[in-house]
Design a protein. Structure first.
Length: 342
């Protein structure tokens, strides 16, 4: 029991109630990040022991928010080449502005123990980047009034910031058609990232339909591993008459480019080739591959800015935002084999 002859502190209450000091502090502030039962318990203890709060206005620049960042689990090491985690974290921090942020990272693999104990108030917000919260975990955060946002995973009933994958594929198709005229396109998907692969596949098929370009589901190929896209398959694309190959992302496009070279094919003479993301992996191809910009840092910034408004400004706004990517010209779509494009 706290010594009542001296001033009672938050730490005294925390020890007495077997709670963390941060949870006690939030409860005394009336924060919705702490349950009503805990707030009542803390207020009762504060009255019982004569706790008196100091009235101090804490500058926003000294606020510290703890954000849990969930990343996708993958057995394929190269999947993590699809995005730069450092850029994502930098974007989130920039979105918070002057507010100090402590970002805890973990894999979304079902092993999270944040709710295994009662001391769950240390997490102010949750971000699921390139992965989706299962319903149980989502409900647990919602019950505790902890804001949760998904990056590049669209859900009609959740907050998210995402790339407009479908519009990005349409942008690529329009540029290829403008350069080459009549085209016979195909799509190379990647099933380990099924949600994004489906979105980009649907985007290409829909765009082809709107533009009057013949393309059906049989013109789409899915692979569960990039090494499975072998030379024989790449040769078969040309043999089947495809002259425009739209890839799930830049890494797949670079792999196909290098396979095509080994098979004696020339890009873009034999077929146009596009990627998606504008990632650093494009430097591995002899020519710059035409792609669509996918800014991980911008996604992080928008995410951090929204969390700041929710946590610091106490805004109740929802966010369901899709960002439009920009076409980045390379040297792999022109049927005239132009070089020096910028």
């Amino acid at each position: 029991m706290p010594n009542v002859e001296r001033k009672v502190t938050v730490y005294d209450l925390a020890r007495e109630l077997k709670l963390s000091p941060s949870t006690v502090s939030r409860a005394l502030d009336g924060s919705e990040l702490v349950s009503e039962a805990t707030r009542s318990l803390v207020r009762a203890a504060a009255d019982r022991f004569g706790y008196k709060r100091r009235t101090i206005k804490r500058p926003e620049s000294r606020s510290i928010m703890t954000i849990k960042l969930y990343l996708p689990e993958s057995r394929d090491a190269y999947v993590h080449l699809f995005y730069d985690v450092a850029e994502l974290i930098d974007g989130i921090q920039r979105g918070f502005g002057d507010v100090r942020v402590n970002i805890l990272t973990c894999l979304n693999d079902g092993s999270d123990i944040s709710f295994a104990a009662k001391k769950t108030g240390v997490v102010d917000g949750a971000v699921f980047a390139f992965t989706e919260a299962d319903q149980d975990l989502y409900d647990r955060y919602a019950d505790r009034k902890v804001p949760l946002i998904q990056i590049n995973r669209v859900h009609p009933e959740r907050d998210y910031v995402a790339v407009d994958n479908r519009l990005g594929m349409e942008t690529l198709l329009r540029h290829v058609a403008a350069e080459r005229g009549t085209v016979k396109p195909c799509f190379i998907g990647f099933s380990p990232v099924a949600y994004i692969s489906r979105e980009r596949r649907a985007g290409l098929l829909g765009a082809a339909s709107r533009l009057g370009i013949p393309m059906v589901a049989d013109d789409c190929f899915e692979f569960d591993s990039i090494p499975r896209i072998d030379g024989a398959f790449v040769r078969s694309l040309r043999e089947r008459g495809y002259d425009a190959v739209f890839c799930f992302n830049d890494l797949v496009a670079v792999h196909i480019y290098n396979r095509a070279m080994r098979e004696g094919l020339e890009i873009p003479r034999d077929f146009a080739l596009t990627g998606f993301d504008n990632s650093p992996v494009l430097d591995l191809a002899p020519r710059r591959i035409d792609t669509v910009e996918f800014s991980v840092k911008e996604l992080g910034f928008r995410t951090g800015a929204w969390l700041k408004r929710r946590l610091i400004d106490r805004s109740d706004e929802a966010v369901r935002m899709t960002l439009t990517g920009d076409f980045v010209r390379g040297e792999t779509i022109s049927g005239q084999d132009k070089t020096g494009a910028s």
